[in-house]
Design a protein around this ligand. Sequence first.
Ligand SMILES: Cc1cc2nc3c(=O)[nH]c(=O)nc-3n(C[C@H](O)[C@H](O)[C@H](O)COP(=O)(O)OP(=O)(O)OC[C@H]3O[C@@H](n4cnc5c(N)ncnc54)[C@H](O)[C@@H]3O)c2cc1C
Length: 457
Amino acid sequence: MPAVAEPVAIVVGGGLAGIAAALRFADAGRQVVLLERRHRLGGLAFSFQRGPLVIDNGQHVFLRCCDAYRGLLLRLGVQDDVTLQEHLDIPVLRADGRSARLSRVPGVPAPAHLGAALARYRLLSVPNRARAVRGALALRRLNPADPTLDAQTLGGFLRAHGQNDATIDALWGVVATATLNLRPDEASLALAAKVFRTGLLDHADASDVGYSRVPLGQLHSVGALRALRASGVEVLMGHRVESIEAGAVVTARAGSQQRTWDTDTVVLATAHREAFAAAPALAQTPTASAAGLGATPIANIHIIYDRHVTDLPFAAAVGSPVQWFFDRTESSGLRGVHPKGQYLAVTVSAADDIVAESNRVLGPLFVEELTRLLPDARRAKVLEVFITRERRATFRQAAGSVALRPSSRSGLHGIWLAGAWTDTGWPDTMEGAVRSGIAAAEAALEAQAHVPAEVAR
Ligand SMILES: Cc1cc2nc3c(=O)[nH]c(=O)nc-3n(C[C@H](O)[C@H](O)[C@H](O)COP(=O)(O)OP(=O)(O)OC[C@H]3O[C@@H](n4cnc5c(N)ncnc54)[C@H](O)[C@@H]3O)c2cc1C
């Protein structure tokens, strides 16, 4: 009897989850087709051309503890295009001119590293630093997998453990709002426990900060396409999946062309709304709960100055609508256009309050705020201000959200789920996305391994 070719594995979505899933299949020897509706890879972590500049849609940061994401960078061969601090060092500025650094003393092991870092954090009074240490120790005792934590908010827990507005605003909120894309008073304690334990408290070096030195598209689109093709993955961009039917029949459209694959393995690695649109039968499975995950926006305010206004590569801000800013002068190519200029990208997470506001209002507001944080910006001329808004940047990581996240098993035959919204144990991050893709591909491979050969055909 002639051998029957194994059907291809289909991965829907070329974000970080889909890229990771496709590479995992390829590494296991499966033929893979990756279908992406856009003409680039990278999903939510991307760049675009604006005149002569290359702009990231939003600053993307990772930590040393993000093993899966860092592993993906290595697999893509782009690990040298990112910076990873040798030890955590975050400048934190206040509009009244005071500043401090949240930094780790190299060589001090956990949990003593915390005391050492907080002892030097001068934006908190001495009693508040002691208070913050007690809060950190309380967080360190939490088990992120404890299902009761998800019903509580981080803010509620912190206040119940002696934290006041000063420690929440100048410390806990600085980290939590950026990593959970939600204010502490709304954020799920379960996800916060994961962030603080894995990212800050359990290992001294876990929170060393990393970010791309090149546009995100160079890492996640160009780099991924190269690695996927080298691994034999067929990457079809401009292919929107319109339906996935029972038995894993996938139909995609590219312009006026339609193509169908009759397969046994689909990893659906889109955002949750798009997963339900492509496979409406998901609404009849336990995955249906994910429809309640919602979304939180992130806004970036991009400001280009005629001169250098700060030596800081990035900083956080307290008591200001500016939450963080990053120097993107080199990565954007500004040097070639304005050799003396500087380009700062301001990031505002949990941006519900400003996302609908007009550029006419937001531009001057953030330009003014930066002059309060950076005295040299007062003398500079602003050449350009523009704003990028991602209205559905992450799922809404509020209390109760963890219970809504589905596992990679969709409940539909032949279909597995991936995406940073699935139940990875991590918040909606690049690390979560990569983990979800690997987990979905591995679950599919394992299921396949248990199907007798004649049934598999
Ligand atoms: C502005 C911003 C800042 C952020 N900052 C950080 C940060 O600092 N650190 C961090 O770790 N994370 C950050 N994140 C979150 C991070 O970007 C996401 O968690 C991650 O990129 C999600 O990846 P994903 O693959 O799960 O989903 P996505 O990136 O959403 O990928 C899904 C892909 O599926 C495609 N698709 C959808 N429907 C179809 C269809 N029908 N057919 C074919 N293709 C389809 C989409 O086009 C997309 O490419 C940020 C996000 C934003 C928006």
